[in-house]
Design a protein around this ligand. Sequence first.
Ligand SMILES: [Zn+2]
Length: 241
Amino acid sequence: MSKLIDMHFHLDFYPNHSQIYSDINKWCQHTLCVTNQPEIFEACMDLYPVTKYVQFGLGYNPRCVNDVPFNKNAFLRNLKRAKYIGEVGLDFSSKFYKNKEKQIEIFDFICEKSVNKIMSVHCKKAEETLYEILNHHKNSKVVLHWYSGDEFWIEKFLELDVYFSVNANMVNSDKGMKIIKRIPIESLLIESDGPFTKIDGKKYTFDKLNRVYGLLGDLLNMSLEKINSQIAENFIRLVGK
Ligand SMILES: [Zn+2]
């Protein structure tokens, strides 16, 4: 059976991250550990060797924009050793809307610098602007994480050959299910977004990744084996683009 892949996980949000890091390696789960600030990426890379299974994403989460300035120097000095970028993106929901222009400036800069890197992208109420920026820089390996926008924009993002990583919370909501069913199976990836999702009513832990695959398989009428191999195939295609 294929090894499981988690396209978006916040390792540094778990107090026992060191234990989880070693367990993920033992379990052979390919995991993209995104970070919310370049300085955190730097700290993770200094603390943990990158392995076949654990990778870190160089990120700046737009939801940090009200509190933490984007450290451009830290981003640039880490760019070379970053194979993955994330969590990055735009969030125009009410709490972050006042810093919309600043977010655009930062995300545009990040996209310009990350054209050929795999990106895990957050998008809330910002589909049009996000589309324009990705299209402008021709970012070729974009994964939209936990997409929650209009279905119209799914089609537009698919024109850019964007992938979508979906999680257990989406499988458990009507809107999420509708979105998942609109995405072609070849464009789907799976994420936990731990610790910000729930699985069977409890905060997500890394040992439940199999369960996320099972839930998605049930929704799409695919066996666990079939969903595993489909996601693995999609991931390999993304990496090879
Ligand atoms: Zn996240």
